[in-house]
Design a protein around this ligand. Structure first.
Ligand code: PEP
Length: 249
């Protein structure tokens, strides 16, 4: 059986005090879960988060990183800096990075390569915009996002890839893909990977759904056979909501 994962992307929310409070609440209330639970606070609070969670099963991810080893990249963070503070997972390709910071498939392929060279795990986000779905291009958009950023990888490198299908029209909008839409796309993604690689890679990779997952819709979405968990934005900022979503899996 594939690993099931619930990851919380806190985005640019929670200062240090608020981060400590939410982590304490989560540590106390999270149910024993066979799923992996990951939180991704903002960069400045990552080191303290790792320290606070050192005896916890909750894992820590960064929301982004640069592809270069080090150097003159003002404001950026390297893989080594993350590893040095104990962060071994990174979210790459989030639609907000693509839309507001111009991150394209070529840049993301470089980031993916660096993270994998450093033996980090990647939560790789991708998904179509509303217009692309309305015009019926959602499958081809998703296919090309995967091909351009990931299909140069060797089979063994896929062990460190977690996929997060996030239709852009469902992120932070309160509008969720229906469980059937999620399953349809996740099955398509798995088939696309099978065609490019083989059954082993396709069946082994966890594919998370992201886009307005809430306590009231999580169980139905997670019940679909090709949905292996969720990447959660807004609802990961409240202990009760995030806990309920973990319980749903
Ligand atoms: C996200 O930003 O990855 C996300 C899924 O956000 P939300 O859950 O708020 O839609």
């Amino acid at each position: 059986m594939r690993t099931q994962i619930v990851a919380g992307n806190w985005k640019m929310n929670k200062n240090l005090d608020e981060t400590e409070i939410l982590l304490s609440e989560l540590s106390a209330k999270l149910p024993d879960s066979t799923a992996e639970v990951i939180v991704a606070p903002t960069f400045v609070n990552l080191a303290s988060t790792v320290r606070q969670l050192q005896n916890s099963v909750i894992q820590v991810a960064a929301q982004n990183m640069h592809f270069a080893e080090n150097g003159a990249y003002t404001g950026e963070i390297s893989a080594d800096m993350l590893l040095n503070i104990g962060v071994e997972i990174v979210i790459l390709g989030h639609s907000e990075r693509r839309a507001y910071f111009g991150e394209d498939d070529a840049l993301l392929a470089k980031k993916v390569n660096t993270a994998l060279d450093k033996n980090m795990r990647i939560i790789f986000c991708f998904g179509e915009e509303l217009e692309e779905r309305k015009s019926g291009n959602h499958f081809s958009v998703v296919e090309s996002q995967l091909k351009n950023a990931l299909f140069h990888l060797d089979q063994s490198q896929w062990n460190n890839i977690i996929l997060a299908y996030e239709p852009v029209w469902a992120i932070g909008t309160g509008e969720t893909a229906s469980p059937e839409q999620a399953q349809e796309m996740h099955a398509f993604i798995r088939k696309t990977i099978k065609d490019a690689y083989n059954d082993e890679v396709a069946e082994g990779v966890a594919i998370l759904y992201g886009g307005s997952v809430k306590p009231n819709n999580a169980a139905e979405i997670f019940s679909k056979p090709d949905v292996d968990g969720g990447l959660i934005g807004g609802a990961s900022l409240k202990c009760d909501d995030f806990t309920a979503i973990v319980e749903a899996i």
